[in-house]
Design a binder for this molecule. Structure first.
Ligand SMILES: Nc1nc2c(c(=O)[nH]1)N[C@H]1C(S)=C(S)[C@@H](COP(=O)(O)OP(=O)(O)OC[C@H]3O[C@@H](n4cnc5c(=O)[nH]c(N)nc54)[C@H](O)[C@@H]3O)O[C@H]1N2
Ligand SMILES: Nc1nc2c(c(=O)[nH]1)N[C@H]1C(S)=C(S)[C@@H](COP(=O)(O)OP(=O)(O)OC[C@H]3O[C@@H](n4cnc5c(=O)[nH]c(N)nc54)[C@H](O)[C@@H]3O)O[C@H]1N2
Ligand code: SF4
Ligand SMILES: [Mo]
Length: 712
C-alpha cells in the first residue's frame, strides 16, 4: 500500500479531532467540550504518527488559555484614559481611517503587516493577499524570519526546495545514526524523543550543543553509551562541521557515486575541508579530535542503513546561520543521505505552522506556493487568481528586523498590524523595537491576551483561538493537517479571517475573503505549479484522514519523501555550498566577556504571552533565570538565587542565577520567555545574516555584575 493511502489520523471516538496550538510537532489531540469555563475543553492526546498519543505539559494545559479570566473578548481602543473596551464598528472605523490617512500622507508602504508562523495556512495566505492586493503595500514580513529563515535559505540553496523534513518523522524510527546540531528536542518537542530510540539503541545519537542540554543527556544512559555529545566553543560550529567533512573525505567514507551523479561543487568543498584536519579543529573548537573522528565514522557506517542530519535554532539563529546550515547539508550530501530511505537532512521546524507559514506569501519576497515575488510568471499566476493586474502586486519588501526598526521613522512604517507575534519580548534589540512600535502613528494588534505588544496598541482586536476556528496547519514534516473548531467564539471575539474580510470591504476593496475552507480552496489554486503545490488538496480529502504531504499537485497522491531521484534544481543536482568559516558577529575575545545564549524551557512557549498565564506552567518556571557554571559563578562571587545584572552596549537585564554544570564556563544561558527587566532580547543585537536576515539570537556578548538583594 502506498504511504499516502495509509490512514494516519483515526477519527476521535468522541469529541473533536484537532492538534496542539503550539509547536510544529502538532501533536494530535481530542477536544471534548465541558462546562468548566476556566478550561472549556478537555484535552487528551490522540494516536498519530508524530506524537503517538503523547503530549508535553504545554499541550496538555493548552485549554487553560481558552478560558483565561483576563482573556480579551471585546475590542479595545486607546483613549486619554488608556485602553478601553469599544464596539467592533468603532474599532474598525478607527483602523480604516488610520490606514487611509497613513497611505494618503506617506504612501502605500507606510502601512505594514507583521504575521506569524503560528497562523493557519488560510490566515497566512489571507494576510499576504490583504497586504499585496488590498493595501498594496510591500511591507509585510513575519516572525518566521526569526525562526526558520536560515534553514530555508540553506535548503533552497542546496535542494531548490525548503520542506523542513523531506521525509515522514517515523523514518527516524529506523535510524542507525542521527546527528542533531543545535536542537534540543527533549525540551522543545518531548514526544519527538521516542523517534530517537533506534539511533540510541545503535549507539548513534550524536548531539552538537554548547550546553549539556536535555537532548545531549540522551547520548548517555546508565547501562551504556547511546551516542556522543560534542560541545564546541561558542561560534565554532562551522569549523566543527568542516572537521567532520574533512574526516569523511580524507578517510574515503563519502558516497562517491552519489556525489558524482547527484551533486555539484565537490572539488571546491574538498579544497576548503582540507584545512580542517581533526587536531586543528580540536584547537579551534575545543572538541577532542578522537570524538570528531568517531562521529564522522559513526555517521558513515550508518549511511546505508539509516543516517540523518538534523539542524535546529542553535546553529541557525546566527549572523552566519545559513552558512552553518549549508555545511550541515554538505555533510549529509557527502554521505548520500538526501533522497535515501531511510535517511536524509532536515531542519526541525519550530512554530505550529512554521512550515505552512513560510509558503503562502507572508514573507517579504514571496507569493503563495513558495513563489518568488520577483518572478514575472509567478506574479502573473497569482494576479490571475486574485483577479488583478500583475503590475498591481508590489515588489519585495524588507525583512522583519528592518520592518520593525523602520516603525515610526520618516520613510518607514507608520501604521502597523500585528497578527500572532509579541515582538516587544521576542524581537532582537527589544528596547529599540519597543521604542519604534511606540513611535507608530497607529498600531493594531489582533490577539486574545493582553501581550506586552498589545499593551502598546491603539486598537486591539479580539480573535479566535485554535479550538474556536477551522483551518489547516502544515507540520514539521510538510504534512497538511486539519485544525477543527470545538467551541463557539467567546464574547465579542471574531474569527480572524472574518476580520480581514470586513476590513477589506471597509477599505473599498472587492477582493474575496471567505471562510477557512474557501480560503483554502483559493490557496490551492494560487499554489498550483509553485514549489509548495497544494493544488490536489481539499478539506474533503484532508477529512478522509489521509497523510497529505506537499508537493501535492492535482491528480497526484502527495509526496511523503522528496529527492529520491533528483532535486528540483535546473540540472536536477544538489549544490554543495562553497562555505568558508565566517565569524559570528558577537564572538568574545576577552576574559571579562561571556557569551550569552538564549533559548527555551520545557514549560514555556516563545514570548510566554500564553504560557505565563497558565498557573502550573508559571509555577514551575516563574522567571527568566540565568544559568551559569559554578566556577564562573565563583569567579564573580555569585551564589544560587542571587540577582545578576547582565549588560552590554544595548541594555541591561536582571535575573536570578541558577548554578549549572550544564553550562560551559565561557557562556551563560537565558530563556527568552519573560518580559520587562527579565527580557533577554534587550541585550540581543539587530545584526542579521546577509542571506537569510536571521538575527544573532544565539550569541550575545555580555558582562556580568552582581546585585546585593535577591528577587522577592
Ligand atoms: N518548550 C518549548 N518548545 C518549543 C518552543 C518554545 O518556545 N518552548 N518553541 C518552538 C519553536 S518556534 C522553535 S523555533 C523550536 C526551537 O527548538 P530548538 O532549536 O530545539 O530550541 P532552542 O532552545 O532555541 O535551541 C536549541 C539548542 O541550541 C543550543 N545552542 C545555542 N547556541 C548554539 C550554538 O552556537 N551552537 C550549537 N551547536 N548549539 C547552540 C542551545 O544550547 C539549545 O539547547 O522549539 C519549538 N518548541
Ligand atoms: N532571544 C531569543 N529570541 C527569540 C528566539 C530565541 O531563540 N531567542 N526565538 C525566535 C523564534 S524561533 C520565534 S518563532 C519567535 C516567536 O516569538 P513571537 O513571535 O513573539 O511568538 P509568540 O510568543 O508565539 O507570540 C504569539 C502571540 O500571538 C498570539 N497568538 C497566538 N495565536 C494567534 C492567532 O492565531 N492569531 C493571532 N492574531 N494571535 C495569536 C499569542 O497570544 C501571543 O501574544 O521568537 C524569536 N525570538
Ligand atoms: S510537543 Fe509541541 S505540539 Fe506536542 S504537545 Fe508539546 S507543544 Fe504541543
Ligand atoms: Mo521558532
Amino acid at each position: 500500500m502506498s504511504e499516502s493511502l495509509i490512514t494516519q489520523e483515526p477519527p476521535a471516538s468522541h469529541g473533536v479531532a484537532s492538534h496542539c496550538p503550539y509547536c510544529a510537532l502538532q501533536c494530535a489531540m481530542t477536544l471534548t467540550p465541558n462546562s468548566d469555563a476556566s478550561e472549556p475543553v478537555t484535552v487528551t492526546g490522540r494516536e498519530f504518527p508524530t506524537n503517538r498519543g503523547g503530549l508535553c505539559r504545554k499541550g496538555s494545559s493548552a485549554a487553560k488559555v481558552l478560558g483565561l479570566g483576563d482573556r480579551i473578548t471585546q475590542p479595545m481602543i486607546r483613549t486619554a484614559h488608556g485602553l478601553e473596551p469599544t464596539t467592533w464598528d468603532h474599532a474598525l472605523t478607527a483602523i480604516t481611517e488610520a490606514i487611509r490617512g497613513t497611505q494618503r500622507e506617506h504612501g502605500r508602504d507606510a502601512v505594514g503587516i507583521f504575521g506569524a508562523g503560528g497562523l493557519t495556512n488560510e490566515k497566512a495566505y489571507a494576510l499576504g493577499k490583504f497586504a499585496r492586493a488590498v493595501l498594496r503595500t510591500s511591507r509585510i514580513d513575519y516572525n518566521g524570519r526569526f525562526c526558520m529563515s536560515s534553514a530555508a535559505a540553506a535548503g533552497n540553496r542546496a535542494f531548490g526546495l525548503d520542506r523542513g523534513l523531506p521525509f515522514p518523522l517515523t523514518d527516524l524510527d529506523r535510524a542507525h545514526a542521527v546527528l542533531l546540531i543545535g536542537s534540543n528536542v527533549a525540551d522543545t518537542m518531548p514526544p519527538f524523543v521516542q523517534h530517537l530510540a533506534s539511533a540510541r539503541e545503535h549507539g548513534g545519537l550524536f548531539v552538537i550543543d554548547l550546553r549539556e542540554s536535555a537532548t545531549a543527556d540522551l547520548t548517555r544512559s546508565e547501562e551504556r553509551e547511546c551516542g556522543i555529545h560534542l560541545a564546541p566553543t561558542p561560534g565554532t560550529d562551522q569549523e566543527l562541521l568542516l572537521g567532520l567533512i574533512h574526516v569523511v573525505i580524507a578517510e574515503g567514507l563519502y558516497d562517491a557515486a552519489y556525489v558524482a551523479s547527484r551533486t555539484n561543487g565537490f572539488a571546491r568543498l574538498k579544497r576548503t575541508a582540507q584545512r580542517y584536519w581533526p587536531e586543528h579543529v580540536q584547537s579551534l573548537t575545543g572538541v577532542p579530535a578522537a570524538k570528531i573522528r568517531a562521529v564522522a565514522r559513526g555517521l558513515a557506517t550508518a549511511k546505508d542503513r539509516g543516517a540523518f542530519v538534523l539542524t535546529g535554532r542553535g546553529v541557525e539563529q546566527h549572523t552566519n546561520g545559513s552558512d552553518t546550515t549549508s555545511l550541515a547539508i554538505n555533510l549529509a550530501l557527502l554521505l548520500g543521505l538526501p533522497g535515501r530511505e531511510p535517511g536524509g537532512y532536515g531542519t526541525v521546524t519550530g512554530q505550529g505552522n512554521g512550515q505552512g507559514g513560510r509558503e503562502h506569501g507572508q514573507k517579504c519576497d514571496q507569493l503563495p506556493g513558495y513563489r518568488s515575488i520577483n518572478d514575472p510568471q509567478a506574479r502573473a499566476h497569482v494576479a490571475s487568481v486574485w483577479g488583478i493586474d500583475e503590475q498591481d502586486i508590489p515588489g519585495p519588501g524588507i525583512d522583519a528586523t528592518q520592518l520593525l526598526l523602520s516603525c515610526g521613522t520618516d520613510h518607514g512604517v507608520r501604521t502597523l498590524m500585528i497578527h500572532g507575534s509579541n515582538p516587544v519580548v521576542s524581537a532582537p534589540n527589544a528596547t529599540r523595537v519597543t521604542r519604534a512600535l511606540a513611535d507608530l502613528d497607529f498600531l493594531v494588534v489582533s490577539d486574545f491576551v493582553l501581550s506586552e505588544t498589545a499593551q502598546l496598541a491603539h486598537v486591539i482586536l479580539p480573535v479566535a483561538q485554535w479550538a474556536e476556528e477551522e483551518g489547516t496547519m502544515t507540520n514539521l514534516e510538510g504534512r497538511v493537517i486539519r485544525r477543527r473548531r470545538a467551541l463557539p467564539l467567546p464574547g465579542a471575539a471574531r474569527d480572524e479571517l472574518a476580520v480581514l474580510a470586513e476590513l477589506s470591504t471597509r477599505l473599498g476593496s472587492t477582493m474575496f475573503f471567505g471562510t477557512a475552507e474557501q480560503m483554502f480552496e483559493e490557496l490551492t489554486r494560487a499554489s498550483a505549479g509553485g514549489r509548495a503545490d497544494y493544488s490536489g488538496l481539499s478539506y474533503d480529502l484532508l477529512d478522509q484522514e489521509r497523510a497529505c504531504y506537499w508537493p501535492y499537485p492535482a491528480g497526484s497522491a502527495g509526496t511523503p519523501r522528496l529527492f529520491r531521484d533528483s532535486f528540483p534544481t535546473a540540472d536536477g543536482r544538489a549544490t554543495l555550498a562553497d562555505v568558508s568559516p565566517r565569524a559570528i558577529a558577537e564572538r568574545i575575545f576577552d576574559g571579562a566577556e561571556l557569551t550569552l545564549i538564549t533559548g527555551r524551557l520545557l514549560g514555556h512557549y516563545q514570548s510566554g504571552a500564553q504560557t505565563r498565564r497558565v498557573p502550573e506552567l508559571l509555577a514551575s518556571d516563574p522567571d527568566g533565570r540565568v544559568e551559569i557554571n559554578p566556577e564562573t559563578a565563583h569567579l564573580y562571587g555569585v551564589v544560587e538565587g542571587q540577582l545578576l545584572t547582565l549588560h552590554n552596549e544595548r541594555g541591561t537585564v536582571q535575573a536570578r542565577a541558577r548554578l549549572s554544570r550544564q553550562i560551559r564556563r565561557d557562556t551563560l544561558f537565558m530563556p527568552f520567555h519573560f518580559a520587562g527587566s527579565n527580557s533577554v532580547n534587550r541585550l540581543v543585537s539587530s545584526a542579521t545574516d546577509p542571506l537569510s536576515k536571521m538575527p544573532e539570537f544565539k550569541a550575545t556578548r555580555v558582562w556580568v555584575s552582581q546585585e546585593e538583594q535577591c528577587v522577592a
